[in-house]
Ligand binder design. Structure first.
Ligand code: S3P
Length: 441
């Protein structure tokens, strides 16, 4: 695992230095998890380039190894040799990674193996019933309640039409992965479309998924051919990680930053759409398609932002980006109202509460109204000058460090080691652009 030997207890971000240059951001985390899991389920070899080598993804790598696959890194490539799955002799520890836990639970449910799943304190507090209920309805045997630890005994499952109460790509993907070992139709309906990476990646392995509208929302149904064959996958940069240097460039005076080769799937780019509405100088260039996914080069320059209303329908396409959007909103002129954020309460921390508290200590007026977060922008640099409690949430840590780069007074964050769960190279990358981010002791 990518652990620092003497992790600093706090990191500080200092204002005053403009940011410039090109930032090569690691591969997309969602795609990386899926590539390893599907590669492990496939017959033959799968080669993956551009993997996000973050702690969360390495949890998935450890898990598929424990489930019987051979996974090797050779240079810039990862090779996965899929083998029949076996029951691991130890619990699968997913650490902080909800995607590892939920997708792997689905995959295990459809194979003739049994596994116990656990995770760190944060993951053990996150809801699992949204997933275990449909998996049980398909015939999986699951011991445990709404939270990890849970044990699953999989096997030949029945078909299912599941209408999900939330737009969750993790729930949708878990059911599709379980469905690979089922007989009968597998249909998943969600109220609004969530990221569709599983639907786009499965055809690369030879399995078709049909997507479209239906009366209750968005439907994904698994094709009849459910045998996976190994393939080659190139993964573009993670737009969620790219958002930190790009937003920093918007907020810090005199900055211009480019991030090449960014995943530009429209179900992931809600933040960028919102920033454009707020007046951001943000450009998408060289749009192309790589392995069924839209990709583009992005660049951003310092901008005067104005507040915006972010509708609830956009939430699934930017669900991980509210922390950094709230920071952009703190610098904007006027109010930004973000609606439909109920799901933020179930992330690595209760992000609604963590964000509102962090903004308040940094001198930014923010309030929670029902499932909405309203931020009153400072029309320029916010005060800062505080220590923000991250509650062990990587995106909260990175977002408030970005705030510190443009605030009037430096900002510190606690538990910075959690950043490695998604973006281990965050601070060297930001420093290479000119940012003053470092240990605060
Ligand atoms: C993910 C889906 C989202 C997102 C998470 C990654 C995925 O979670 O927050 O970081 O890769 O499917 P939900 O499905 O719980 O919304």
């Amino acid at each position: 695992m990518n652990k620092q030997i003497h992790p600093a207890r706090r990191w500080r971000a200092e204002p005053g230095a403009s940011l410039s240059g090109s930032a090569v951001v690691p591969g997309d985390k969602s795609l990386s998890h899926r590539a390893f899991i599907l590669g492990a389920m496939a017959e033959g070899e799968t080669i993956v380039r551009g993997v996000a080598e973050s702690e969360d993804v390495l949890r998935t790598v450890d898990a598929v190894r424990a489930l019987g696959s051979e996974v090797e890194r050779s240079g810039a490539e990862w090779r996965i040799a899929g083998h029949p799955w076996r029951s691991p002799d130890r619990p699968i520890d997913c650490g902080n990674s909800g995607t590892s836990a939920r997708l792997l639970m689905g995959a295990v449910a459809g194979r003739p193996v049994a596994a116990n799943f656990t995770g760190d304190g944060s993951l053990r507090r996150r809801p699992m019933e949204r997933l275990t209920k449909p998996l049980r309805a398909m015939g999986a045997r699951i011991d445990g309640g709404d939270h990890l630890p849970l044990s699953i005994a999989g096997g030949r499952l029945k078909g299912l039409r599941h209408v999900s109460a939330t737009a969750s790509a993790q729930v949708k993907s878990a059911i599709l992965l379980a469905g690979l070992g089922a007989q009968g139709p597998i249909e998943l309906v969600e109220p609004m479309p969530s990221r569709d990476h599983t639907e786009r990646m499965l055809p690369l392995f030879g399995v078709e998924v049909e997507s479209g509208r239906c009366a209750e929302g968005r439907l994904a149904s698994l094709g009849r051919e459910r045998w996976l064959r190994g393939t080659e996958i190139s993964i573009a940069a993670d737009p969620s990680s790219a958002s930190f240097p790009l937003v920093a460039a918007l907020l810090v005076p005199g900055s211009a930053v480019g991030v090449p080769n960014v995943l530009a799937n429209p179900l992931r780019t809600g933040l960028f759409e919102t920033l454009l509405e707020m007046g951001a100088d943000l450009r998408f260039e060289r749009r192309r398609t790589v392995c069924n996914e839209p990709v583009a080069d992005l660049s951003a320059g310092t901008s005067r932002l104005r507040g915006a209303v972010v509708p609830a329908e956009r939430a699934p396409s930017m669900i991980d980006e509210y922390p950094i959007l709230a920071i952009a909103a703190a610098f904007a002129e006027g109010e930004t109202a973000m609606h439909g954020l109920a799901e933020l309460r179930f992330k690595e921390s209760d992000r609604l509460a963590t964000l509102a508290a962090g903004l308040a200590v940094c001198g930014v007026e923010a309030r929670i109204e029902g499932d909405s977060l309203i931020v009153r922008g400072c029309g320029g640099p916010p005060p800062g000058g505080a220590e923000v409690e991250t509650h062990g949430d990587h995106r909260i840590a990175m977002a408030f460090l970005v705030l510190g780069l443009g605030a009037r007074v430096p900002v510190t964050v606690d538990r910075p080691e959690m950043i490695a769960t998604s973006f281990p190279g965050f601070s060297p990358l930001m420093r290479a652009l000119g940012a003053r981010i470092g240990a605060a002791g």
